[in-house]
Write a protein of this length. Structure first.
Length: 409
């Protein structure tokens, strides 16, 4: 109804796994939230204009601004865009091409919340722009913090932006730590002693090193508990996803690397835990469904009924915890090292990983080459402790080339 407060949401990466789940959350909130009226005000895709238009057409109220971040799509859809707009009943909608428009959207005065759901380093500029503009940022794009954690923190402190984690582990930690930790409040929460990130262990949790050497693309893409985009699914199989999450946690919660632990929890029900000085450990539990952490990032500090199913107490649950094996999963050890090193290390490892994942998905390198490639490229760079953004982006490009060179590609 009309006296609800309007919340305009910009969904960057709307055509992806998180973006699609966000659209569902917004639809659901509009049916249940009596305080706010939720609008997908803007949405972006990279190359899939058809998919973006379908998302826009299904939203009610629908967006007024669409962005295709790949500038090439201006040519690709030059002939079909008018028909697509008409057939999706989107006449009058604004459609821009290229990544500059992402930044314009992220900083637009009418936008209240930016959902940063672009995959990889490509999400950095728009996420940082939203933080600089003082928005509430629902952060799925962990790579931004991996590449430029200290710069994002500084921008947040300068602008008063709120960064609410969407990554399920970080949302769990945020929920366990109490309200004062990220958003700021008058009631300081106790500082945690340890952050305990849970990891499903991915499809190769029980595989030997030797088995992993000949892992196929299909088996690596077959995640046991989560349905996600291809890049993060491969990251989960190498456990580089957990490595990126260690680094993400280091910057998001401003704790040193040695305050972060990883435990294997194959059922993906316990999304992470926090230990306090007295030894008390708090955990957050829910079925593996991203709609809960997405919604919490939007409605925080409010909790509203969620479209994801609750934890079924009518059945027996076997929730197990296992010690993480840093031998079989060397990416984990790398994650701790990079989180401790800070500076340029995150940008280099992130770029090497993105490149290597692409090469693996193209069938050009072996599964185990991904992490060894990251380690080699990191070792080949000269560490700097407080790099500016331009240097980080330069190193990102260098690390991608270096990764290809390592495999003579
Ligand atoms: P996805 O591949 O399903 O979607 C990625 C989105 O980014 C798409 O909308 C795509 O069009 C867009 N995109 C791709 N390349 C781009 C580029 N160069 N420039 C601009 N946009 C581009 O990925 P996803 O699984 O939704 O993951 C998105 C982010 O959320 C990642 O950072 C991932 O680590 C994080 N995340 C995802 C999940 C999950 O369950 N999927 C969970 C936690 C965190
Ligand atoms: Mg996660």
């Amino acid at each position: 109804s009309s006296n609800r407060k309007v919340q305009n949401v910009a969904v960057l990466g709307a055509t992806g796994s998180i973006g699609t789940a966000t659209a569902e959350v917004i639809t659901h909130l509009n049916q249940t939230d009596t305080e706010s009226e939720w609008r997908m005000w803007a949405a972006s895709g990279h190359r899939n204009l058809d998919g973006l238009m379908q998302i826009a057409a299904a939203a009610d109220p629908g967006p007024q601004w669409l962005v295709m971040s790949d500038p090439e799509s201006a040519k690709t859809f030059a002939d079909t865009r008018k028909d697509l707009i008409a057939s999706n009943n989107l006449t009058g909608i604004r459609l821009d091409y290229g990544s500059d428009a992402l930044i314009e959207v992220a900083q637009h005065p009418e936008v209240d919340v930016v959902v940063a759901a672009i995959v990889g380093r490509a999400g950095l500029e728009s996420t940082l722009a939203a933080v600089e503009a003082g928005k509430r940022v629902a952060l799925a794009n962990k790579e931004t913090l991996v590449v430029a954690g200290p710069l994002v923190r500084r921008a947040m402190q300068a602008s008063g932006a709120e960064i609410l984690p969407v990554d399920s582990e970080h949302s769990a930690i945020f929920q366990c730590m109490g309200p004062a930790t990220i958003a700021g409040s008058d009631c300081p929460a106790p500082k945690p002693k340890k952050l305990i990130l849970t990891a499903s262990g991915g499809p190769f949790r029980t595989w030997s090193k030797q088995q992993m050497q000949s892992a196929t693309i299909e088996s690596a893409l077959d995640h046991p508990t989560w349905d996600m985009g291809p890049k993060i699914t491969i990251d989960s199989a190498t456990m580089m996803n957990k490595a990126l999450e260690i680094i993400e946690a280091r910057w998001l919660f401003d704790l040193p690397a040695d305050a972060i632990e990883v435990v294997i929890h194959p059922q993906s029900i316990i999304h992470s835990m926090v230990e306090f000085d007295d030894g008390s450990v708090l955990a957050q539990l829910s079925p593996p469904d991203m709609k809960l952490p997405i919604q919490y990032a939007l409605t925080y500090p409010r909790r509203l009924p969620c479209a994801s199913p609750g934890l079924d107490r009518g059945r027996q649950w076997d929730l197990t915890l296992e010690v993480a094996d840093l031998e079989r999963f060397p990416g984990l050890a790398l994650g701790f090292e990079v989180a401790a090193a800070g500076g340029t290390a995150g940008a280099v490892v992130n770029a090497a990983n993105e490149e290597a994942v692409g090469l693996f998905l193209d069938g050009q390198i072996r599964f185990t080459d991904i992490v060894s490639g990251c380690r080699d490229v990191l070792a080949n760079h000269t560490h700097e402790s407080d790099p500016p953004l331009a240097r980080l982006l330069e190193l990102d490009r260098w690390a991608r080339l270096e990764t290809r060179n390592r495999f003579k590609l």
